[in-house]
Design a binder for this molecule. Structure first.
Ligand SMILES: NC(=[NH2+])NCCC[C@H](N)C(=O)O
Length: 410
């Protein structure tokens, strides 16, 4: 049986990808909510959708099948039936802060009046207090309804499908996300894998599910080849989660090496893929801002040890570490913004390092990062530019906006 998920590299020809078309969730908030929702601005929805459609068309024009999370989630509920829908809704309400009580009941009734697709869209968009027909009569709900506009917050980061789950080999990780603003997102991925006919009962292996306290996000999970992964130790992914997934990858899969790479813990560089991506057999983008004195950075190469334990090798020469792990004689690390500190800082902020490889040496990037794009071309890459004025306001680029489901082997 061939698995519906198959990703053994960052660069193999992309066959199927999961996207989320931005919906009302990306404008259903005010500036004071932005830091908590991990946004730096409020995108203009019609243009963001146009840009996203352009991105999806660019992928389709290059032979990629595009799936949409919002559609798969509704289809999974259709296939699962009443009990699955009810369990999903209860879990979503619980994780939104309403395990029981009068508001729980009112929200449940409101959402229950909708078909699966409308319900999924509504949960993603967020629920304002003024749209639910509910008059509090008990102190708990009366006190809770004062002040804040939302019962359920919007999930504006959903179009960054890279993060709540990550395809690895014939399986995936369904992630426990770091910040409350994104934690509910992976519930959608969970129902898709469990109940969508395309994935359910097809032997998809879950390396690590969302029921963990330690946190990991897909922007940090890079599949370098069929036995080596790189994982960022970052603002979003903790060292203990990396140890945990390494153990399961070694025990249950064909992986034998995980390179943990420590990057600065800040909002501009929240994931490894905002500063480092693989774009060809022997070419990577790297933001110079992550490299310290003499180009050094902390890396730990993790390999299987005795009795299910892990061996660690701490080294700071990223280039040599990658050459050794990938068995390459040479390696081309291409600096974002051509290494100019102002241009690199600016283009990294708008995801100039966040390239999506759709085949070895063929990448999709934002057009606004013209210095980095020129440099990639000079290094022999084929660069497909997509438009980016509104999409980039969410702090994610083409790699963040896509979750590969199937790639050809390299
Ligand atoms: N893989 C990525 N780099 N994703 C970018 C996610 C951006 C999003 N606003 C967040 O902070 O979570």
């Amino acid at each position: 049986m061939t698995s519906p998920i198959h990703v053994t590299s960052e660069i193999g020809k992309l066959k199927t990808v999961l996207l989320k078309r931005p919906g009302r969730e990306i404008e259903n908030f005010t500036p004071d909510m932005m830091p908590r929702l991990l946004f730096d601005d409020i995108p203009y929805l019609p243009i963001a959708q146009k840009e996203h459609d352009y991105f999806a068309d660019t992928l389709r024009d290059n032979g990629v099948e595009v799936l949409y999370l919002e559609k798969l989630a509704a289809e999974a509920l259709d296939a699962g039936g009443d009990k699955v829908r009810d369990d999903f809704l209860e879990q979503m309400l619980t994780e939104s802060g309403y395990a029981a009580g009068a508001i729980h009941d009112a929200l449940k009734e409101y959402l229950d009046s909708m078909n699966n697709q409308d319900m999924v869209n509504k949960i993603m968009e967020g629920i304002r207090k003024n749209e639910v027909d509910f008059v509090p009569t008990d102190l708990v709900s009366a006190a809770e309804t004062e002040g804040y506009e939302f019962y359920m917050d919007p999930m504006p980061n959903l179009y960054f499908t890279r993060d709540p789950s990550a395809s690895i080999g014939e399986g995936l990780s369904i992630n426990h996300m770091t910040f409350p603003a994104r934690q509910r997102e992976s519930l959608f991925n969970e129902i898709v894998i469990k109940y969508h006919p395309r994935f359910a009962n097809q032997g998809v292996h879950v390396w690590r599910d969302r029921n963990h306290d330690t946190r990991i996000e897909g922007g940090d999970e890079l599949v370098l080849n069929d036995h080596v992964m790189a994982i960022g130790v970052s603002q979003r992914t903790s060292a203990d989660a990396i140890q945990d997934i390494a153990k399961s990858l070694f025990k249950e899969g064909h992986f034998d090496t995980v390179i943990a790479i420590k990057i600065p813990h800040n909002h501009a560089m929240m994931h490894l893929d905002t500063v480092f991506t693989m774009i060809n057999y022997d070419q990577f983008t790297v933001h110079p801002g992550i490299l310290g004195e003499g180009g050094h950075i902390d890396t730990w190469t993790i390999t299987p040890g005795q009795n299910g334990e892990l061996n660690l090798d701490h080294r700071t020469d990223l280039k040599q570490v990658l050459k050794d792990a990938l068995k390459l004689d040479d390696l081309d690390l291409i600096p974002t913004g051509n290494g100019d500190p102002i241009i690199a800082g600016r283009e990294q902020w708008n995801d100039g390092s966040n390239t999506l490889a759709i085949a070895p040496g063929v990448v999709v990037t934002y057009n606004r990062n013209y210095v980095s794009n020129d440099l990639l071309r000079k290094h022999g890459l084929k660069v497909l530019e997509v438009i980016s004025s509104e999409l980039s306001r969410g702090r994610g680029g083409p790699r963040c906006m896509s979750c590969p489901i199937v790639r050809e082997d390299i």
